[in-house]
Design a protein around this ligand. Structure first.
Ligand code: PMP
Length: 365
């Protein structure tokens, strides 16, 4: 099988990830809940993961809140910054993990920037909407549907200059592009462990530039007599027994990423994506490709998207068709009715993968 659904989750995991998870299952007790060796081993494992994340994302270890995923982190961040009726500016490429919490909270959402691969349009509209006043802003680093890399440093700068708190969704960029909490000056950056970071599912990170409002309350192993959550990081965001095997795997995965370097990973993935986009173009299908693109490319086949994906699956190609949990991005690109077929490369991307995919697609048409 050729796996081209890395936007959903990465299938390739470094062997060290599985080894670390197994080790944790055999050797780790409950972290922060005892001074005996297995509890200490768990506490050290969790702390090491925090330290590696701090190194990779340029922050202090205590600013790393370990979560069950990017969605959890986004919900916590949004609940912290947004109250019902607040005006929130977002981009036209946000995932449901951003738009649904905002909708459910009753925020007044304004969408700024809808043109694919057009930084000038994005920045002009972003600035215009921020100038109308906003209580908060949320933007994705990379569109999960189109691989569009947004001009996040400039967008962050515009927010900071106006004192507007903001959240970045790094679901599609962490492990592939540089992400720095310090440089961006974000209030929060939400990250999944299981995509570009190559860690296990059920893991994630919320980088905190400020104290979050906890989504859950419970034991932390600290201040047990206090009936509120501890008011310090990271404990405030981490109630209950953590996913120690998952965290051990995530730590090993981030060690691997630090060793490889995000630049190298990005180059390999980007080359495969560009080659794939070119091949698709030559086949005469409508391809969504342009400047500022990462490892994901969407296209519109001659026939139905879902049927094309099913036919490809029968031929050993794993990818995803439809709306990819991001109807707003499809609305922006004009593909809300049809959806698209999405090809997303991972750390194991190769020209051989691209060739085989194009060959099988030709067979489907
Ligand atoms: N934001 C974006 C842009 C995503 O692509 C995803 C995952 N598809 C998420 C948020 C949610 O991540 P998770 O499923 O790991 O919680």
């Amino acid at each position: 099988m050729i796996y081209l659904d890395n936007g959903a989750t990465s299938l390739y995991k470094p062997p060290s990830v599985k080894k670390a998870m197994l080790w944790a299952m055999e050797n780790c007790g409950n972290p922060g809940r005892g001074g005996y060796p297995t509890a200490m081993a768990a506490a050290e494992t969790v702390y090491r993961c925090r330290e590696t994340a701090a190194e990779l994302f340029d922050c202090m270890p205590e600013q790393v809140v370990l979560t069950p995923g990017c969605t959890f982190g986004l919900n916590m961040a949004i609940r912290t910054l947004v109250a019902p009726g607040d005006r929130v500016v977002i981009t036209g490429f946000e995932h449901n993990a951003v738009t649904r919490p905002l909708h459910i909270l009753g925020a007044k959402v304004t969408v700024a920037g809808r043109k694919l691969f057009r930084w000038d349009e994005m920045l002009e509209n972003w600035e215009k909407q921020l100038n109308h006043g906003a209580d908060a802003a949320v933007f994705t680093h990379v569109s999960n549907v189109f691989g569009y890399i947004l001009p996040v440093e400039e967008m962050a700068d515009m927010c900071r200059k106006r004192g507007i708190p903001f959240i970045m969704d790094a679901a599609q960029s962490a492990g592939v592009l540089p992400v720095s909490l310090k440089k961006l000056g974000a209030d929060f950056i939400a990250i999944p462990g299981h995509k570009g970071l190559l860690g296990p599912q059920g893991t994630g990170i919320l980088l905190c530039g400020r104290l979050p409002k906890p989504l859950t309350a419970g034991g932390t192993g600290s201040e047990s007599e206090n009936q509120f959550m501890p008011d310090f990081l990271p404990d405030i965001g981490e109630a209950g027994t953590p996913n120690v095997p998952g965290i051990a795997g995530l730590g090993a995965a981030m060690d691997f990423i630090c060793g490889e370097g995000t630049k190298r990973i990005f180059r390999v993935e980007h080359e495969a994506m560009a080659c794939c986009a070119e091949g698709l173009r030559k086949m005469g299908v409508r391809v969504f490709a342009g400047e500022h693109q990462a490892a994901t490319v969407s296209f519109l086949p001659a026939g139905d998207c879902e049927e094309t994906a099913r036919a490809l699956a029968e031929r050993g190609i794993a990818l995803r068709a439809g709306l990819h949990c991001a109807p707003l991005a499809h609305e922006s690109a004009g593909t809300l009715k049809t959806g698209t077929v999405r090809v997303s490369f991972g750390r194991d991307a190769s020209f051989a993968q691209v060739e085989r995919f194009l060959e099988e697609l030709q067979g489907v048409f």
